[in-house]
Design a protein around this ligand. Structure first.
Ligand code: HEM
Length: 446
């Protein structure tokens, strides 16, 4: 600490609690834990397990990390505890990341994404149609992950994923569990046969089996223009990624491409069942706008309230709970010094509910977006960052927003959702998920 010769001080540190105490406080109530951190300032150090972390809580600091000083930060070296994903786009770094991002970007151009609208709308209708054959009880996470996985399989891999669904979900759950534990764990080595490690291994094995099958099925036939073909063709030309990288990439997309969207759609549908006024306004809009049996690309601009419901869902329940980085060199942020190799967290779930930027922040209220053309509205840009920001912002952002909007409009047009939950617990780990499965009753409207 040497303020006089121009070296900024280290950020304040949350103190008075033994190391393990922070982990317990975080696990008990992540919102309260971060509110407590915020009482120390906008850049705060704390310890979780064996990690020394600096939380950046102000939108200006967040923008600096993600955008302005992007080059001074890297993805954490421990790969979130999930080694099998380390060569995929989400966790790769430096030249490898740049090469991968450039190669994959065209798959996510607007014009390309728009060609998926038909699949997205019709698949949402198909999932809802399947409800007609039930007694009306639906497990939301099951239903929404069936939908997002089917869409992902068809559009990016050219396959029907129904037979892999359980395996992919088990794998995704393993990844989610492991990466949630990572910043709070007291490093347990992978090879120890603890129940957690065995569960993780089983989940990952299942995901690897799916990848094997996809590669076998499609390896011979790389002629299409989807993501899998792009990777395989590049390899055949001798200039593309190694097999290890392809496997990591497929696992990354199977995980990142369906779990987040399914979680968001689950929360949105849950809120419709909880807030009749929101459901009413939404159904009025979709009844007016959606012409056919499912929502279509041309109708998207008119679905303004549907858009607001989604924005609000991603604010209140940001599926990626927090973003992690490590400093590549010493940086100055918010008047403080973060030494090289500092672990940095940018907690969306906290910033999106910070009452400096949001009125009654815990309330789900899509009307807060009524007169706002683009988020974040009348507040600092990075008070809202569900898809991250800067060069590493979510490559699937347009894809996800379109698939969610088409699904929400299609489902709201066809079904009314009711349930008796007052408040479902929120589990903040690597995603912001419902603490338990959410069972709802669906009733056909049209
Ligand atoms: C509501 C849905 C989604 C949310 C909230 C979300 C959120 C995010 C966030 C916050 C990041 C940045 C992570 C960081 O900076 O460390 C990210 C990156 C990424 N997302 Fe998404 N995502 C969603 C859907 C998707 C979909 C549908 C796909 C694929 C089809 C996808 C693939 C990826 C990949 C590959 C990255 C890494 C990009 C890179 O580092 O270059 N995501 N996502």
């Amino acid at each position: 600490m040497n303020q006089h010769n121009g070296t900024p001080p280290l950020p304040p540190k949350r103190t008075g609690v033994p190391v393990v105490g922070s982990a317990i406080a975080f696990a008990r109530d992540p919102y309260a834990f971060y509110a407590d951190l915020a009482s120390y300032g906008d850049v705060v150090r704390f310890s979780l397990g064996s990690y020394d972390i600096a939380a950046v809580l102000h939108p200006e600091g967040i923008k600096q990390v993600l955008v302005e000083d992007f080059d001074q930060f890297r993805k954490p070296d421990d790969a979130g505890g999930v080694e099998v994903l380390s060569d995929g786009l989400l966790l790769s770094d430096g030249d490898q990341w740049q090469r991968q991002r450039t190669r994959l970007q065209p798959i996510f151009y607007r014009e390309r994404i728009e060609t998926y609208a038909e699949t997205m709308g019709s698949y949402a209708a198909a999932v809802a149609d399947e409800w007609a054959a039930t007694d009306g009880s639906v497990d939301l996470m099951e239903a929404t992950s069936t939908y997002t996985l089917r869409v992902l399989g068809k559009t990016l891999f050219g396959v029907n994923t129904d037979e892999y669904r359980h395996a992919v979900r088990a794998g995704a759950e393993a990844v989610r569990q492991r990466s949630s534990e990572s910043p709070v764990s007291v490093d347990i080595p992978d090879w120890l046969p603890t129940p957690g490690n065995r569960r993780y291994r089983r989940g990952i094995d299942q995901l690897e089996d799916v990848v094997d099958t996809l590669l076998e099925e499609r390896g011979e036939d790389a002629g299409g223009d989807d993501l899998l073909s792009l990777l395989l063709t590049a390899t055949a030309d001798g200039e593309g990624p190694s097999e290890r990288e392809i496997r990591s990439q497929l696992m990354t997309f199977l995980f990142a491409g369906h779990e987040t969207s399914a979680t968001a759609l689950t929360w949105a549908l849950y809120e419709l069942g909880r807030k009749p006024a929101v459901a009413q306004r939404l159904t009025t809009e979709v009844d007016e706008v959606v012409d056919g049996s499912y929502a279509a690309l041309a109708e998207l601009p008119e679905l303004e309230y549907t858009e607001q419901v989604l924005r609000e869902t991603l604010r209140r329940y940001p599926p990626a709970a927090a973003i992690f980085r490590e400093t590549d060199e010493a940086v100055r942020i918010g008047g403080y010094r973060l030494p090289e190799d500092t672990y940095v967290v940018l907690p969306q779930f906290h910033v999106h509910t910070d009452d400096r930027w949001w009125d009654i922040p815990r309330q789900f209220d899509p009307s807060r977006w009524d007169d706002i053309a683009e988020p974040p509205g009348d507040r600092p840009e990075y008070a809202y960052f569900p898809f991250g920001g800067g060069p590493r912002h979510c490559i699937g952002m347009r894809f996800a927003r379109m698939e969610l909007k088409l699904a929400l409009a299609t489902i709201a047009r066809r079904y009314q959702i009711t349930h008796e939950y007052d408040d479902v617990g929120i589990d903040v780990g690597s995603t912001v998920s419902p603490a338990d499965s959410i069972g709802v009753t669906v009733e056909k409207r049209h």
